[in-house]
Structures are given as structure tokens and as C-alpha cells.
Design a protein around this ligand. Sequence first.
Ligand code: SF4
Length: 424
Amino acid sequence: MPDLKLKSCSNAPVLKERGQREVFCGLTSIIWLHRKMQDAFFLVVGSRTCAHLLQSAAGVMIFAEPRFGTAILEETDLAGLVDAQNELDREVDRLLSRRSDIKQLFLVGSCPSEVIKLDLSKAAERLSKKYAPSVRVINFTGSGIETTFTQGEDECLAAMVPTLNESPSRQLVVVGALPDIIEDQMRNLLSLLGIGPVAVLPASSANQNISIGKNTVFAATQPFLAETFSALVGRGAKHIPAPFPFGAKGTTAWFKAIADEFGISREKFESVVGPPRARAQRAIEQASQILRNKTVFFFPDSQLEIPLARFLTAECGMNALEIGTPFLHRPLVGPDLELIPEGPLLSEGQDVDLQLDRALKQRADLTVCGLGLANPLEARGLSTKWAIELVFTPIHFYEQAGDLAGLFSRPLRRRSILRQEAAE
Ligand code: SF4
């Protein structure tokens, strides 16, 4: 009997690189987290640079009452001339006396607050006591020194885990922020399968008490939640390992792992997932024509690289040349690695110059990379896809499977149109 594992990427050696990185910091994740948690406020304790990053990442969205802001550390704070803790207390007082809608306040660390070693955990503890029970104050870091952009969500959710109630009852917790419409699709399928109760972390409001304990099982919808994973396991919850729910196969495998955990029969499973799976397969088939037999190269950016490489190779007929990821967390991405055929170079971390040399030598048909690298690579004749778009676009589960394939086929289509026009 051949050892099938040898033929997948599971046992492939990993090239580990440490050097200059080209990624956004964890503050970026506030943009999608504040939309998800309707009664939360994210107060970044940082500099004017941090405020600018947030404003430009938020783009044109102007809120009458925004749910994120920056407590600016002035030069005097940075020089240690004033007590930044007192300043922070005053800022929080001003905010909470004006905004009774805030039920969860996140104090978000940044590079400047890390550099001056401002202890935000102490501040969160002090302020939590002061404003309990109406407001819960939690701290996490989004500093570019410590986090890449999707790690901001991981830090945030991991910081919430110790605040969750203890519960002995059997339940499923689904971990990862998803757009509401996608979360509804997921809940609907789980409910048709007869699986419940289901809680989602993060919940849309602080009132939706999520509890956790030895009988909790959890499934992740985002592969960048390594700290949250450890925090949940630390509270006694059991992880359900599965490929991530991208595409028809990934989504089926994700639901199947949960269904097996809850003892759902094969017949029931097939009757529920059969129709949406067939729709997804048709949509992928259509959208992925142009991707068949093409090559793809992933720079490390969103941490979605391994599951997406699995989708592109196993469901869209692409060949991966290199799959770069900022961190390779096997308990989370192992099931996807098992489904990627041996062949591509797996790399973890980044030394951007060396990696650019490899990308330019290999000239993949499609290069998935961060914003900063896309233009220079396009100028060298490569087709690129911005990795950050994959985090901001709904791509999970069956109904989005065709759109996900479409996100990758569009740059190739655009380039072939440009070539045709140039030839005419
Ligand atoms: Fe820049 Fe650091 Fe602020 Fe992020 S946290 S915007 S990397 S200064």
C-alpha cells in the first residue's frame, strides 16, 4: 500500500526565511472587526501614523459615530514626560461618557506604545473594574513590530477567550470573523444538519454570551488564528481539524468533519450539502476555465495562502510553484497541506529580496502578493492578485466558491485581453 502522505505537501521540507517583510500591521484588522462587533470600540493607543493607517484602510467609509479611534501618544508621552496611563484614563472617560452604546472597549497597542512599554493589560484591568458591568475593557496588540495584518484579529480573539464564561455543556464554537451574510449561510447549513447549539467568536454583541469548557468543540473559519487556537485549547475546548471552507471540496470537508463529530449520518449529510455543493461545483467549473494548468506563486501575506493554494490546485487545476506564508501553523493548516500534491516550495517567513528573485525567475502565470509588491511585479510583466482583497471579500463556503475562483481568474483574463489588444 503506497504511503499517500508522502505524495502531499505534509512532509515537504519548509524553507524558513527571516528578513525584511512587506506586510501591513495588525491594526488593519480593526477595519473588519469593528463591522462585526456592533457594540465594540477599538481605541488604538498610538501615533498619528497609526491614525492615518486606520483612516486610509477604512477608505471612504465615514461614520457619524465611528467605532474606532486613536488616542495619540504625543512626543511628550513618548519621552516619558507625562504619565501616559493617566492620559489614557482621561481619554477613555471622555469616550465612554459620550458613548453609552459602547459595551466592549478594546485598547489596541501599537509600535509607539510597545516602544515606551505602556502596559495596556494593566490599563484594561483597571478600566474594566471601573466600568463594570456595563463595559468590558480588553487589550491586544496590533503593533507592526509584533503582528502582520491578519494577526490583529488573532490577538483580539485570543484576548477575548479568558473573558468567556465557563460552561460544561456540549456545544460548537465557530471561530473567525465572517461577513454577516456568510455567517448566516453557515448557521443555516449547520442547523439543517441538526448541529447545535452554535456560537460564533466574535459575536456581534457583548450580550451574546459565549461560554466555553471541556465539552466545547471548535472549528476555525480563518487559518490565521493560532493564538486563539491555543487559548481555546487552554480552556479545555477540542479542535475539529479540517480543511478550510473554501470552494466546494474545502467546504464539504469542513462541514463533514463537524458532522462526524456530532454523529450526523452520511444520508442526512448528503441530503443537506448535495444541492449547494453541486451549485458550487458548477460555479467553480465556469469561473476557473482560464486557471486550468496555469501556475501560481504565493508571497506570504494574509496567512490564507495554504488553504487557497489547496483550493487552486485541487479545485481549479492550477499548479503551485511556491506557497509562502508568514507562519505555518500545522494544527490549523495541516489538513489543507495534506491535500496539496507534493511539488511546490513551501516557505515560511520572508526575505523579500530573495523571494522576489525566485518569483522573477519562475514567472508564474499568477502571483499572489501584498499591495507593495504588485505594481513592480506587474511592471515586470507578471499578473498579480492583491492578497489583502481576499480578506476583505466574502470567499467562504459554497455560495461564494465561484466568486473565489473568479477573483483569481480576473487578472489572467485582463492580461490576455491586453495582449490581444496589443497584437491588433
Ligand atoms: Fe505603523 Fe506601527 Fe502604527 Fe502599524 S502600529 S501604523 S506599523 S506605527
